[in-house]
Design a protein around this ligand. Structure first.
Ligand code: SF4
Length: 437
């Protein structure tokens, strides 16, 4: 059997796509390996959202040249958003790369690899745009674990001015409800207890045949026997349906009260320039509204600092929203101008030093809020889904509470995927410590 090594960089969509690629390749007679030396095919599934992510992949490819030199038959491929973005340019930059393939072309992988292995072949660049894929009937091959990422849609129509996703992943399209539910049932049969529904904008998921919307889908997933928890990422703040909140309120043990609600910036003018479709006030109003319906909800978010034209005063609005919402977690980044986006033609006029300074200020604020949130948990009762041995202490296990915060428990209290009722007795940095009840 030939061996394939798939390395994943970037977001959860890429993680799900790597499992999909395994779903394409393993039935063709390949097995997964983690050993670069023994791999016949190495695929890097890449991200193009930030310039830094692309630079990192170019660095890794420089390093991986040695595998090609040792094993000339090795097929070294770059797939995913960076491949779609750079196309032939990637071969010019790293001529020892054999294959460049975009996210809508994975069905062509076995044929392309066979071609590359069969003769002295020129590198292949396959970045089709004549077909936007949903991979409806291809089921991913997942690794070990308790959580299954289930992609419910692909692409995005929102065209936030800073974002490259609509250009690399194409127009938004939803998978059929029947296929999604079949995939969830299969994941449960394979032992996964937590399901995370994935899409660039899950609120706009729609089954074109039945007319079902995301709230219907999440209800249906939550009712599948064996599904202990359902998470989703990401909804867009501009069109958050009440129906989804009601579904979560009806079944809070399974449809857990954690919402990743990307903010990106707190100032209305900056949000307008980003084409986000909501103002500072509308975002805060939505958060209040969600909290009225789901009082236990925890929010996490994504924030960009130093977007085109962002003044220091406008950045203060971001800090203000962070203080008012009190996010339980945040992915925080400096703005990075990307080719092909609308913001490519806007000035990147906040200096690198100033972006760094703002990022540090934001991180400090967010950390202090998270530290307070962690302390507020002490004394409360909750439920932890066990994930495995704690990376820091072998005698303890780690899991997550419904609000997605990590929690340490004594190892003796269960197995991976078990739900354990605990009282929070302590905290170590941002991690809770639970005592089983
Ligand atoms: S919603 Fe905006 S940020 Fe998110 S993927 Fe779509 S264009 Fe990008």
């Amino acid at each position: 059997m030939k061996k394939i090594l798939i390395e994943t960089y970037g977001c959860q969509m890429n993680k799900a796509d790597s499992e999909l690629v395994a779903g394409v390749m393993l039935p063709e007679g390949y097995t997964n390996t983690e050993n670069h030396e023994e791999a016949d095919v190495i695929l890097l599934n890449t991200c193009a959202v930030r310039e830094g992510a692309e630079d990192r992949i170019l660095g890794i490819l420089a390093h991986y040249r040695k595998y090609k030199e040792k094993k000339p038959n090795l097929v070294l491929g770059v797939i995913g958003c960076m491949a779609q973005n750079l196309k032939e340019e990637l071969i010019h930059k790293r001529p020892w790369v054999d294959l460049v393939m975009g996210p809508d072309s994975y069905r062509d992988l076995p044929k392309a690899i066979q071609q590359l292995q069969s003769a002295d072949h020129e590198p292949l660049v396959i970045v089709r745009r004549d077909r936007f894929e949903n991979y409806e009937e291809i089921f991913p091959v997942r690794g070990e674990g308790f959580n299954a990422w289930v992609s419910i849609m692909r692409g995005c129509d929102n065209f936030c001015t800073f974002c490259i996703v609509p250009f690399t992943r194409g127009r938004e399209r939803s998978r059929k409800s029947s296929n999604i539910l079949r995939e969830v049932r299969l994941a449960v049969e394979q032992g996964y207890q937590e399901i995370t529904l994935l899409g660039q904008n899950v609120n706009s998921w729609k089954d074109e045949e039945s007319g079902e919307r995301f709230a219907d889908l999440i209800r249906a997933v939550g009712q599948i026997e064996g599904v202990k928890r359902v998470r989703f990422t990401s909804p867009h703040p501009k069109d958050f349906p009440d129906e989804l909140l009601y579904a979560m309120r009806e079944n809070p043990n399974v449809l857990v009260p954690h919402i990743h609600l990307p903010l990106q910036a707190g100032n209305t003018e900056v949000l307008q320039r980003m084409n986000r479709g909501y103002s500072k006030e509308e975002y805060l109003k939505l958060v209040d509204h969600i909290r009225e319906i789901l009082p236990d909800v925890a929010f996490s978010t994504d924030i960009i600092v130093g977007f085109s034209g962002e003044s220091y005063d406008q950045f203060q609005d971001t800090l203000d929203v962070v203080r008012r919402v009190r996010f339980s977690g945040a992915f925080m980044f400096k703005y990075s101008r990307r080719p092909y986006t609308k913001a490519e033609h806007m000035p990147d006029d906040v200096s690198e030093e100033e972006k760094q300074r703002r990022l540090e200020e934001l991180i400090e604020l967010q950390r202090s809020i998270e530290a307070e949130i962690v302390q507020e948990w002490i004394g409360k009762e909750t439920e932890v889904m066990l994930e495995g041995v704690s990376p820091k202490r072998e005698e303890e296990w780690i899991g997550r509470i419904p609000q997605n915060r990590p929690c340490i428990v004594p190892a003796a209290c269960g197995q991976v995927g078990d739900l354990v009722k605990v009282r929070i007795v302590d905290a170590r940095a941002m991690t809770l410590v639970g005592k089983p009840l």
